[in-house]
Design a protein around this ligand. Structure first.
Ligand code: G3I
Ligand code: 9MR
Ligand code: ZN
Length: 603
């Protein structure tokens, strides 16, 4: 290249580079310099017809008014008065509310509070949560094990080759030799795969499809199976379900987990050469009742939802569910504890009766005239004999989670009314749900939801969490409250239930004391340092997208949290730090509750 041309080219390049720097700098400057954490908004946005509230903390001052301005021209689209400050004991904040529910014009906005500053930007539009839903589901695809993963052109560089292709039985499984059991999702920030947590996670996704399929069926997730005629949420759930089915022994029992004997270092999955071992209880019958019942429940749901798309797979699931149930009849409460030499996650439980209740309800619902009329007496009898003792669980905190799944069983039974085309007359042998029991479960669920909705509306941050909810995975608890409110709304439509559910979504997407969006790469101020091995080990600047942080945790079970100042209110015990696995890991059960909440919020 001649000198003058080279000289000219260098000048053009350096000028272009200066322009690039200037544009980035301005954008960063425009967002970072003026956006303040003292104004908390849902950084994704609000549906046009929904309540629109943001919160302001202004220590030492008492701002009186606010404006909503368009990002396009900084013009004022709405003005209002701030509420007086309310003290929030869970954060220690004095919180003022900016209610701009009257703003319905579609657009991108920010809040401006004189003397405080401006918020991050947010949208008002009817499908405001569509991308958030796609991103949260992409989070699941990114967790796939046993295959190469590539998030595609929207996220170049977020990829890895296939991982964990080899496996073997751990002696605690009661078997020996190789067993690859390829597939499933990495559970969380670690590479373990756990049947119990897979249960609530996969079950919640299948429920999202059952309740909101009409809104989800055409949403493409750009995963390898997209376009195969099956809705993508079912394609993604099937990736984990196929692995769960491989964890079932010939006798119908299901082993607890497949993990290395210890957590791997913070390396990429393909570099984790620790062998994935199938881990059991260490003594006969080696499988555990909770894992087996969780598989029975999820496979029974799958037998319903996959039938229109793949009846052979549906039938395989129904057979697996039946065999798992029969195993639990003979082994009704075999509990799992990590056997000697195993230090990965445990997902232990002290009672598997709630898992069996969920399994009985789902097997009854699937086989009671929906799929094939069959002898569903064992399932129906177990449910009818045991449901009542679990009714108080609907009002417990939280109603459902990886350890407590009774509410899923109760809700499934009550959701079934009408599905078999008839409710059961007095004849106990006829099919269909017992109207009296359906009424009992629905009324209890609606009453609980009313209490949650009222509490949420009066909470200074309008979140459903109470002080004792700030445990390991509290953001998953918030999303689970959303699921509970939306199930109640399915029983008895009530805007208060939907608004309260969406209040929990607003909390997760930025309307919280940290003014953080707790979903990676979503919103203008997302958390960035999850305890998530691919995010920590790869070369990408930002973490893998669409992943929900566990959130504040007063239990302080890691060194980062124990180092935080003593006496912090529970909702402040959080650190956006990769080392804080007790407050900043990601996990498929929290992710699934978020997906359900987003699905229920789609217009
Ligand atoms: O429910 C009690 C509550 O009554 C009590 O006040 C509170 C005190 O902090 O503890 C609550 O129980 C906690 C429970 O999470 C709540 O769900 C336990 O202390 C706490 O140990 C337990 O933590 C579990 C954690 O593993 C450690 O076992 C999390 O639920 C669970 O999500 C997490 O799961 C891990 C997997 O093992 C491995 N993969 C990552 C995954 C996410 O971190
Ligand atoms: O990475 C592990 C995470 O998935 C678990 O939830 C957590 C608690 O079981 O443990 C993490 O592993 C850490 C281990 O417990 C202590 N040494 C450091 C490990 C990586 O942070
Ligand atoms: Zn893997």
């Amino acid at each position: 290249m001649r000198l003058s041309q080279a000289f000219h080219t260098r000048h053009v390049l350096s000028f272009a580079f200066l322009i690039f720097l200037f544009s980035v700098g301005i954008r960063q400057l425009a967002v970072s310099q003026t956006a303040t954490i003292n104004i908390k908004v849902d950084q994704v946005g609000y549906s046009p017809g929904a309540p629109k509230i943001a919160f302001i903390t202004a220590p030492g001052s008492s701002p009186q008014s606010f404006s909503i301005k368009r990002t396009s021209d900084n013009g004022v689209a709405f003005q209002g008065k701030l509420s007086s400050a309310a003290h929030d004991s869970n954060t220690g904040d004095d919180v003022q509310a900016a209610d701009f529910s009257g703003l319905r014009e579609l657009g991108r906005y920010y809040i401006d509070v004189p003397g405080v500053g401006r918020s991050w930007n947010f949208d008002v539009n009817p499908n405001v949560y569509a991308r958030a839903y796609q991103l949260a589901m992409l989070g699941f695809y990114g967790q796939r094990c046993g295959t190469a993963v590539d998030l595609g052109p929207d996220f170049p560089g977020y990829k890895h080759p296939a991982c964990h292709l080899k496996g073997e039985f751990h002696p605690s499984s009661g078997k020996s030799g190789e067993r690859d059991n390829i597939g499933g999702w990495h559970d969380a920030g670690d590479y373990g795969r756990y049947v119990v947590n897979s249960g609530i996670s996969t079950g919640s996704l299948l429920w999202a499809w059952e309740l909101y399929g009409s809104k989800l069926k055409d949403i493409k997730l750009h995963i390898p199976e997209s376009g195969n005629g099956t809705p993508d949420i079912l394609n993604e759930a099937r990736w984990n379900l196929e692995w769960m089915l491989k964890m079932q022994d010939d006798d119908g029992g299901v082993w607890q987990k497949q993990t290395s004997t210890k957590f791997s270092e913070f390396i990429m999955p393909q570099d984790d050469k620790l062998l994935s071992k199938i881990v059991g209880t260490g003594s006969a019958p080696y499988k555990s009742t909770c894992a087996t019942a969780d598989l029975a429940a999820v496979a029974a749901i799958a037998a319903r939802v996959y039938k229109p798309y793949d009846w052979k797979f549906a039938s395989r699931n129904l057979e697996a569910a039946r065999k798992a149930w029969q195993w639990t009849e003979k082994n009704s409460n075999v509990l799992f504890k990590n056997p000697p030499g195993i230090s990965t996650g445990e997902y232990g439980d002290d009672n598997c009766k709630d898992e069996r209740l969920w399994a009985a309800a789902e097997l009854w619902r699937t086989s009671d005239g929906i799929l094939i009329a069959s002898n569903n007496a064992p399932y129906r009898n177990f449910f009818l004999e045991n449901y009542r003792e679990f009714l108080p669980k609907i009002d417990s905190v939280p109603a459902e989670g990886w350890r407590e799944v009774a509410a899923m069983g109760l809700w499934s039974y009550a959701l079934s009314e009408g599905e078999t085309g008839k409710t059961r007359p007095s004849d106990p042998l006829a099919s269909g749900a017992d109207p009296a029991i359906v009424k009992e479960i629905r009324e209890s669920s609606i009453a609980a939801a009313k209490r949650i909705a009222q509490r949420t509306e009066s909470d200074p941050y309008r979140v459903s969490l109470v002080a004792k909810d700030y445990v390991w995975g509290s953001n998953g608890v918030a999303a689970s409250y959303g699921l509970q409110l939306l199930v109640a709304n399915a029983f008895s439509p009530d805007p208060a239930f939907v608004n309260a559910a969406e209040d929990n979504l607003h909390y997760l997407l930025g309307r919280n004391t940290f003014s953080l969006s707790w979903v990676t790469q979503l919103g203008e101020h997302p958390f960035r340092h999850p305890h998530h091995r691919p995010s920590g080990a790869d070369k990408n600047e930002e973490p893998w997208p669409g992943l929900l942080s566990g959130g504040p945790n007063a239990g302080r079970q890691d060194a980062i949290l124990t180092a935080l100042p003593k006496g912090l209110p529970p909702a402040k015990v959080y650190a956006d730090d990769q080392g804080s696995y007790a407050s900043n890991e990601i996990a498929i059960n929290w992710q699934a509750a978020l997906v359900f909440l987003l699905a229920g919020s789609l217009q």
